[in-house]
Design a binder for this molecule. Structure first.
Ligand SMILES: NC(=O)c1ccc[n+]([C@@H]2O[C@H](COP(=O)([O-])OP(=O)(O)OC[C@H]3O[C@@H](n4cnc5c(N)ncnc54)[C@H](OP(=O)(O)O)[C@@H]3O)[C@@H](O)[C@H]2O)c1
Length: 342
């Protein structure tokens, strides 16, 4: 998802872009058509990465750097790059009580989170686990920044973009494709969990290439839409005329669940990026269009409605769809003009 957005932006402005992966079949056709070149290499094979980089590059971007070991491999490449960017995560941040976005107890930040906010302690642990993810990212960041090289660490929030493995917007796109009569939103749709367009990451990466530096920057959309605003943006794009049913917070197990549920808002402060000249590609509603179009194009229309193509993480979405419960709720409501017998 992220590499695709960065490649699209750079190719459009005249860069030569090589994309590294293990499977050439994963290269989006639009990127190949625009001149993106695929090089097969496994990041766990340092010699393959070194060969892919060759004599060097103006910019190296690592979208899959999760650990100190990965970072050590990236530093070796960064010596041959004018600028390097590593994709970290907002999952590194902790609130005053030490809770992160991956903690069992949700974090409660005082306001928009700046890059100076405390982080989880670094750890050499399994980055694939909920607890290990943030700690491993911090460990990777420390290796990169400690190298003294012009490496920019970006901390995105919840990313949206074409090619997402887990495209959260699917929750509302599927409802539109299935022509659901109503959208249900827990906590009246007021929850805010900052979104980050892959296209906005790409805009900041382009700037980091123009102004190489050793720094950490947040990256999130210029607005921080609530779940209600997210659902309305998608309904608007797809012409989905539906009723909004507000479900009071956490009174029900499944009705109104969505991927941006948060008891306290998480918003990233973008002033550090703006201070070095960052200009976003667009706000949430503008940038989400690409992912929505991609989802509509790739959705499979099956007997029971719209489904994600099998390569995407369909399991993740199971808790967000309970159409029978929604139908029961709608049917059980007192009808307008009909006296409530109770
Ligand atoms: N999703 C979010 O909301 C979110 C939020 C904050 C931060 N992040 C960060 O975003 C990054 C993930 O970015 P993404 O969603 O763009 O990832 P992605 O869509 O899963 O893409 C990963 C790319 O890396 C390639 N790849 C995977 N393993 C490889 C290996 N061993 N060697 C070479 N290439 C390999 C994959 O191609 P092949 O399979 O063909 O190798 C694919 O092209 C992570 O660093 C994550 O921490 C994500």
């Amino acid at each position: 998802m992220i590499g695709r957005a960065i490649a699209a932006r750079l190719l459009a402005t005249g860069w030569a872009v090589d994309l590294i992966g293990r499977d050439a079949g994963h290269l989006p056709s639009g990127i190949a058509d625009a001149g993106g070149r695929f090089i097969a290499a496994d990041r766990d094979e340092p010699s393959q990465l070194a060969a892919a980089l060759g004599a060097g590059a103006d910019l190296v971007v690592d979208c899959i750097c999760y650990s100190a070991a990965h970072a050590t491999g990236l530093v070796a490449l960064a010596h041959r790059a004018a600028a390097t960017v590593m994709i970290s995560s907002r999952a590194v941040y902790v609130d005053a009580a030490g809770h992160s976005s991956n903690s069992a107890i949700p974090p409660r930040f005082d306001g928009p989170v700046r890059e100076t906010q405390d982080t989880v302690p670094p750890a050499d642990t399994d980055w694939r686990t909920k607890n290990g993810y943030g700690a491993s990212k911090v460990a990777a960041e420390l290796v990169l920044l400690g190298s003294g090289l012009p490496i920019t660490v970006l901390r995105p929030s919840k990313i949206h973009g074409a090619g997402a493995h887990r495209p959260r917007e699917w929750v509302f796109v599927k409802q539109a494709l299935d022509q659901r009569p109503a959208v249900f939103l827990a906590n009246r749709g007021a929850d805010v969990d900052h979104t980050t367009a892959a296209a906005n990451i790409a805009a900041l990466v382009e700037l980091a290439a123009a102004k190489p530096g050793r720094r950490i920057l947040n990256i999130a959309d210029p607005d921080a839409p609530s779940a209600l605003e997210i659902s309305r943006a998608i309904a608007g794009l797809l012409g989905h005329d539906r009723e909004e049913v507000f479900v009071d917070s956490r009174t029900t197990e499944t009705l109104g669940r969505h991927p941006w549920q948060r008891p306290y808002p998480i918003v990233l402060d973008m002033s550090a990026a703006v201070d070095i000249g960052y200009r976003p590609a667009g706000n949430y509603a503008e940038t989400v269009e690409e992912e929505v179009e991609w989802l509509v194009t790739s959705a499979l229309k099956g007997r029971d409605g719209s489904e994600l193509p099998p390569r995407l993480d369909a399991e993740f979405f199971v808790p967000f769809f309970d159409y029978p419960a929604e139908d029961r709720y709608l049917a059980a409501r007192p009808q307008p003009g009909i006296a409530d017998p109770f």
